[in-house]
Every structure is written in structure tokens, then in C-alpha cells.
Design a protein around this ligand. Structure first.
Ligand SMILES: Cc1cc2nc3c(=O)[nH]c(=O)nc-3n(C[C@H](O)[C@H](O)[C@H](O)COP(=O)(O)OP(=O)(O)OC[C@H]3O[C@@H](n4cnc5c(N)ncnc54)[C@H](O)[C@@H]3O)c2cc1C
Ligand code: FES
Length: 287
């Protein structure tokens, strides 16, 4: 999930969700319980924080401060989704892609050390009480933003279909998490295998779900997949929520560096960190 502000086509179709309770972030020195390399350039961090594991709502994120000892020049913290909450042992997980200077430096942090984490932050996904079928769609590291809503859905006995997309088999994220959560309907597609093409995936999902469409669709990590979700939602009468990303300096709504650039008649466009990162995807009529 690298790259600048969210793709324009999608930002012009977003609307803020009705505001949930404002997050009350904490600044927590979190002990590193585990830090392991997954496939590709992906790493999993398990961090101890009773407050963050308990307070984080689905789709929220934290700001990770890269310790000065490992990267003196990584001044700004990095936004990362809370991938899993494990309240039973007061911990939460982040899965990140070591791409740039800050995240590459993060790989040097060892269990027993601590990381300064600010969170939980942002407006997350809203799972409607009326929903009994949910489709979640994630591409690459974007899968990390949707796994906490799967946790909630499973707890509320919502039937979940999960689509995991990536460049390669090795770069697929989230398969083990879906299995652990008991989600048996998982569709994995990769560029490598030639299965991730949007038209092909659309046909597959129509075949799978036309008879029992989801009321809600939640998507992260790809402009093309967000558009596909919009098209499927129009066919099925579903609603779509999309988690967006942007470079963030504060994550707290102060610096306005993450303005989404969405066309608006009401002054500044929504801030990805404070009004999002999760927004409703509109089609011009549906909100
Ligand atoms: C809500 C959210 C959730 C995310 N979740 C995850 C996740 O779970 N896993 C994951 O791997 N990634 C996630 N990302 C993406 C991740 O934050 C970036 O990939 C990461 O910040 C890149 O840092 P880096 O050190 O690898 O790259 P670098 O290129 O070294 O650093 C990126 C840094 O560039 C600077 N920067 C560059 N341009 C700008 C600009 N226009 N404005 C402000 N600062 C700028 C900032 O310091 C920024 O933090 C998420 C992003 C968001 C917004
Ligand atoms: S990152 Fe500072 S306002 Fe959003």
C-alpha cells in the first residue's frame, strides 16, 4: 500500500459515513511481543496494548513511530491498519509491507523492545445490524484494513465472503486469518496466476453471489476493485464502504496533509485520517 493520495476516480465518489463516536487515541509504548517475516516483503508485528486492543473499532488505524535508534531520518510516524485485535491477551497485530525507508527500518525492531503507537484513529467500517451477508474485498496489504470488520461480522453470525487479491501467491495476505475466523468462502486471486483480472473476478462473484447477494460490501487496496464493488452493488442493491489511504503526517486531523482532494461544494475536501479512512462509495445516487 504505497503511493500518493487515493486514486482520483474513487475520491470523487466518496461520502463521509455518519460519524461514529470520535476516537479517543492513546499514546502507548507498546511492547513488541512478536515480529515475524511473512511472505514477500510482509511482516507481522504483535504489540501489547490493553487500551488499543480493546478500543479499536473495525477499520481503524494507528500511527507507528519508527524508533530514532533504527531510523534517525524517519521523523513522521507511519499509518498502519489494526489488522487483528486480540483482547484475550491484550494485544493487537499490524501487518506491513517493508517498502520505503521507515518500514524497512521497522524490520529491525525486536521482541522485548517497544514502539510508540498512537491510536486508535479514524472512522472505521459500519456493519449494519440488518446485514446478514457481507462481501469483503482486499488487495495486497489493503487486506489488513478489512480483517477487523470480518472479526465483528463473524461475532454477529454474519455470513462472510472474502476476496483476497495480490500480485503473487507469496504476497497474498489474510488467508490464515479468514481460516482462523471460520470464513470458509474465500476467493484468492493473483496477477501471477492470471485470476485477478477484474472482469474475470466479476463473473466469478456474480456466479457465486447472484442468488444470495450481500447487503454490504467493504473494500480496500485497489481503485479497480472498488469500482467493481460499486458495479456489483448496483446489481445487487448493496451498499459499499471503501477504506482509502494517503500520506499522513499527524493522523489526528491537525496538519490537513491528507485532504482527499474530492470535489466538494462545502470548502475543504474530507480528511482521510479524521473523516475516513472509511467512506461510503457513492454512485451518484446511492450514499
Ligand atoms: C489508514 C491507513 C492504513 C494503512 N495500513 C497499512 C498497513 O496495514 N500495512 C502497510 O504496510 N501499509 C499500510 N498503509 C500504508 C503505509 O502507511 C505506507 O505504505 C507507509 O507510510 C510507507 O512508509 P515507508 O516508510 O515504507 O515509505 P517512505 O516512502 O519512506 O515513507 C512514506 C513517508 O513519506 C512521507 N511523505 C511522502 N510524501 C508525503 C506527502 N505528500 N505528505 C506527507 N508525507 C509524505 C511521509 O513521511 C510518509 O510517512 C496504510 C496507510 C493508511 C493511510
Ligand atoms: S494526517 Fe494530519 S490531518 Fe490527516
Amino acid at each position: 500500500m504505497t503511493g500518493p493520495v487515493t486514486p482520483r476516480g474513487i475520491v470523487d465518489r466518496i461520502a463521509a459515513l455518519p460519524e461514529a463516536t470520535r476516537p479517543t487515541p492513546t499514546w502507548d509504548e507498546c511492547a513488541v511481543l512478536r515480529h515475524e517475516h511473512l511472505g514477500d516483503a510482509h511482516h507481522r508485528l504483535v504489540l501489547r496494548s490493553p487500551t488499543i486492543s480493546e478500543r479499536t473499532r473495525a477499520g481503524q488505524f494507528v500511527m507507528v513511530t519508527i524508533p530514532a535508534g533504527v531510523a534517525a531520518r524517519s521523523v513522521l510516524p507511519r499509518p498502519m491498519a489494526v489488522h487483528r485485535r486480540r483482547a484475550s491477551d491484550d494485544s493487537f497485530e499490524i501487518v506491513y509491507r517493508a517498502g520505503g525507508a521507515g518500514t524497512r527500518a521497522l524490520t529491525a525492531v525486536r521482541p522485548g523492545e517497544s514502539l510508540l503507537i498512537t491510536g486508535p484513529l479514524g472512522q472505521g467500517f459500519t456493519l449494519s445490524p440488518e446485514t446478514d451477508r457481507l462481501l469483503v474485498v482486499g488487495r495486497g496489504i489493503g487486506v489488513c484494513s478489512i480483517m477487523t470488520v470480518v472479526e465483528d461480522a463473524v461475532r454477529h453470525e454474519v455470513a462472510v465472503t472474502g476476496v483476497l487479491s495480490a500480485r503473487t501467491e507469496e504476497a497474498l495476505v489474510g488467508g490464515a486469518d479468514l481460516a482462523e475466523l471460520g470464513v470458509t468462502e474465500a476467493v484468492t486471486v493473483t496477477d501471477e496466476a492470471g485470476t485477478s483480472d477484474v472482469d474475470r473476478l466479476a463473473r466469478r462473484l456474480r456466479t457465486l453471489l447472484d442468488e444470495r447477494p450481500p447487503q454490504q460490501i467493504m473494500v480496500c487496496g485497489s481503485d479497480r476493485l472498488a469500482r467493481l464493488c460499486g458495479e456489483l452493488a448496483a446489481r445487487w442493491g448493496s451498499t459499499v464502504q471503501v477504506s482509502l489511504e494517503a500520506h499522513m503526517a499527524c493522523g489526528l486531523g491537525y496538519c490537513h496533509g491528507c485532504a482527499s482532494a474530492a470535489a466538494t461544494t462545502e470548502g475543504e475536501s474530507p480528511l482521510i485520517c479524521a473523516d475516513g479512512p472509511v467512506f461510503a462509495l457513492t454512485d451518484g445516487e446511492r450514499t
